[in-house]
Design a protein around this ligand. Structure first.
Ligand SMILES: CC(C)(COP(=O)(O)OP(=O)(O)OC[C@H]1O[C@@H](n2cnc3c(N)ncnc32)[C@H](O)[C@@H]1OP(=O)(O)O)[C@@H](O)C(=O)NCCC(=O)NCCS
Length: 200
């Protein structure tokens, strides 16, 4: 399938109201089942509300990145958060469930990595994924992410109107060293240097 080129921009508080339904439709409820990976069988309720998204947009060292198609329609988003001088966190990653499996998610992730590297000089990206979501973890691993072995508790207190449909939901932490290459296939700097040396 041909992959549509996306336009990216950093969200402003006025964008929170259009980002929230995109995130909700991708993560939870019946609409999310149109996609290939979803939390619909794990959690009910809102993934996040408009106020929560506004906080991510306005927080220091944080950005919500928006991806729009050629017609200007919002098709994907994510949040990035600078944790320290070397590491950023990647989350709230969503692609419209009707548009998934066409390479858009891959572009959004690559853009987020580039953004963190260029904006903050980040060397490592980290994320946390609910451990049962094996197909999603496999997808991240194909993008160069590795399991760190760290587990984090699931924030049940952030589900005021929702519920966990399965016991023992916790996160697995994944991370990736960000290389110098800015395309979708990224190599650690050391490997790239070796490749250049061999080619010379
Ligand atoms: C995760 C997400 C953002 C990916 O977006 P996307 O546009 O579908 O991503 P891409 O099109 O770039 O990649 C699709 C991948 O799914 C794979 N895929 C398609 N159908 C699949 C299936 N039934 N089972 C497993 N993998 C499948 C494709 O092979 C492709 O992987 P590859 O590029 O390594 O071959 C999107 O699925 C989403 O919004 N999910 C719901 C929200 C979510 O779970 N976010 C992440 C939380 S940590």
């Amino acid at each position: 399938m041909a992959t549509a080129a996306l336009q990216f921009r950093v969200a402003t508080p006025e964008d929170a109201a259009i980002i929230q339904p995109l995130v909700q439709s991708a993560y939870r409820g019946e609409s999310s089942r149109q996609g290939w990976t979803t939390e619909a069988d794990l959690l009910t309720g809102d993934r996040i509300d408009v106020q929560g998204i506004t906080e991510k947009i306005t927080k220091p060292n944080s950005a919500v990145l928006m991806a729009t198609d050629a017609r200007g329609v919002l098709v994907g988003c994510c949040e990035v958060l600078k944790l320290n001088s070397d590491v950023a966190y990647f989350g709230m990653f969503a692609v419209d469930p009707r548009r998934q499996a066409g390479g858009l998610g891959r572009q959004v992730l690559a853009h987020a990595e580039d953004y963190c590297r260029k904006q903050w000089g980040i060397k490592k990206m980290e994320m946390s994924v609910i451990w049962t979501r094996k197909e999603l973890i496999a997808w991240y691993m194909r993008r160069g992410y590795k399991k760190t072995g760290e587990e984090r508790p699931f924030p049940h207190h952030e589900l005021p109107e929702g519920a966990a449909l399965q016991e023992d939901l916790h996160f697995e932490v994944l991370e990736k060293e960000l290389g110098v290459h800015t395309g979708t296939v990224q190599m650690p700097e050391r490997v790239l240097e070796q490749a250049v040396a061999v080619a010379a």
